[in-house]
Design a protein around this ligand. Structure first.
Ligand code: HEM
Length: 75
């Protein structure tokens, strides 16, 4: 499992917000090499929130909150 507290350090002191959004959501990621082991959270949250247009807005908020949290735990 990757260490999510060293993302900024590993990116040369840059917090990769947009990349994280894509990785966590996962719905638009094409896996060219190997398999993705992490659940596709964009899909999981969308189902959990009712699988409609309103759910899509909640997915955006949930993922934004997760990214804020991950940013807050950077070493
Ligand atoms: C909602 C909670 C989670 C968030 C926000 C999250 C976030 C992330 C991020 C940002 C990465 C990329 C890290 C990097 O590139 O260094 C990653 C990779 C990964 N995560 Fe998660 N993760 C979560 C939960 C989980 C869970 C529950 C599992 C296990 C079932 C998991 C398994 C993995 C694995 C195996 C990778 C390596 C890439 C891959 O094989 O797909 N994650 N995660």
């Amino acid at each position: 499992m990757p260490n999510l507290t060293t993302l900024r350090k590993r990116q040369g002191d840059h917090f990769p917000e947009e990349t994280l959004r894509k990785i966590i959501d996962g719905r638009n990621i094409v896996v060219y090499h190997g398999t993705r082991y992490m659940p596709v959270w964009g899909y999981e949250f969308w189902i959990e929130e009712g699988a409609d247009e309103e759910a899509e807005k909640k997915v955006t908020i949930i993922i934004r909150n997760l990214i804020s949290y991950i940013e807050s735990i950077q070493k």
